[in-house]
Design a protein around this ligand. Structure first.
Ligand SMILES: [Zn+2]
Length: 81
């Protein structure tokens, strides 16, 4: 099997690969250091991205008060003038 391209890694993560193709990909990852290194690097980047996105999501049952959210920004702007 030739080395795995970036688009193919996405299919591995999303579970879109089935049967023989999945087995070939796993076998290739086990035997190819370059692909394994790229896969691990992308996996780490994916975890970091999910952590950042998790921080952006509002907490459950917490109402966002625009006045409170804008307050620190307003104070920062006013302190500059
Ligand atoms: Zn490879």
């Amino acid at each position: 099997m030739t080395c795995i391209d970036m688009e193919f890694f996405g299919h591995i993560w999303t579970g879109e690969l089935a049967g023989a193709i999945w087995q070939k990909s796993r076998k290739h990852l086990a035997s190819c250091g370059d692909c394994r290194a790229r896969f691990e690097k992308l996996a780490a980047a994916r975890v970091q991205t999910e952590e950042v996105l998790g921080m952006l999501a509002p907490a459950d049952n917490v109402a966002i008060n625009p006045a409170m959210a804008y307050g620190p920004i307003y104070e920062s702007i006013c302190s500059r003038s």
